[in-house]
Design a protein around this ligand. Structure first.
Ligand SMILES: [Zn+2]
Length: 280
């Protein structure tokens, strides 16, 4: 039967075309492979209805989930990075920034905003991993510092949503300075008695873990998030030993006392509201 034999040799289907579902209508969970409607997925705060897998989302989705009627005012929306070191790797840094801006529609790896969450005034900074791996450069540090200033001025609680590969190598030392800058600002928030909650999402690593992400009055995480300083491969090679099962998952980190609790994203808004009310 010629219907079932491939007569033409060398037919290659590009990976995008191999998907079982077209983009935009159906979502397939990468963990349990269940297929669901994108609308249902969105209603479930981008978690799987079957296994609870938390899809990685960006600042836009978090703002939509948290702010009442998706109403918020963005701070420093147009701030973008310079090139203090004239850095060149496979391309020069300004070209990389321009290409990333065009691809993601973002100006840098964090967006900051204020508005109401269940009628409570809050200031939120949420990171975008799509922008150069959510790396922390001068703009990320400066925007977070200014968002904290906004919290101080308005006496509104501060929420940081981290998702980052760590420091931005194209800014080298300038990137590391952001750790000190943001930490110092958070100390002011602490002195003023304004609550700060840090939410760690998948993944939170490097200089971000070593500064603002771990300085919350409460450090909380999404289920299954990878949380660490150096990645598992680097650690394995350094200590020359196999790592325990589930190493660096939010659940592992919680068990070892680095987190206060893990929150399902569907409950995030209400849990944060009660937490902030309790702390205020
Ligand atoms: Zn699933």
């Amino acid at each position: 039967m010629s219907w079932f034999t491939r007569k033409d040799k060398g037919i290659n289907t590009p990976t995008e075309a191999k998907r079982e579902a077209p983009d935009g209508l159906w979502y397939q969970c990468p963990s349990c492979k269940k297929v669901m409607h994108t609308r249902e997925h969105r209603i479930l705060a981008y978690t799987c209805s079957n296994c609870g897998y938390h899809e990685k989302i960006g600042s836009q989705e978090y703002f939509e989930l948290l702010f009442d009627q998706t109403r918020y005012t963005e701070l420093d929306a147009l701030m973008s990075s310079g090139d203090p070191l004239n850095f060149v790797d496979t391309k020069n840094y300004p070209d990389r920034l321009k290409a990333t801006e065009k691809k993601t529609g973002l100006k840098d790896a964090v967006r900051t905003a204020y508005g109401k969450m269940n009628e409570l005034d809050i200031t939120v900074a949420a990171m975008d991993f799509n922008f150069i791996g959510g790396s922390m450069g001068s703009v990320v540090g400066e925007k977070i510092a200014r968002a904290i200033d906004h919290s101080l001025e308005t006496k509104s609680p501060f929420l940081m949503i981290s998702r980052s590969g760590g420091a931005r190598m194209m800014e080298a030392g300038y990137s590391l300075m952001q750790m000190a800058k943001t930490s110092a600002r958070l100390a002011l928030l602490d002195e003023a008695g304004i609550p700060y909650v840090s939410l760690l999402t998948d993944p939170t690593t490097g200089g971000v873990t070593a500064s603002y992400a771990m300085l919350g009055d409460f450090n909380i995480a999404e289920p299954g998030a990878l949380i660490g300083f150096a990645g598992p491969r680097v650690i394995r090679e350094t200590i020359g030993k196999d790592l325990p099962k589930g190493f660096q998952s939010a659940e592992f980190v919680l068990e070892h006392g680095f987190l206060d609790f893990i929150v399902d994203r569907k409950d995030l808004k209400d849990k944060l509201t009660s937490l902030f009310k309790m702390l205020s």
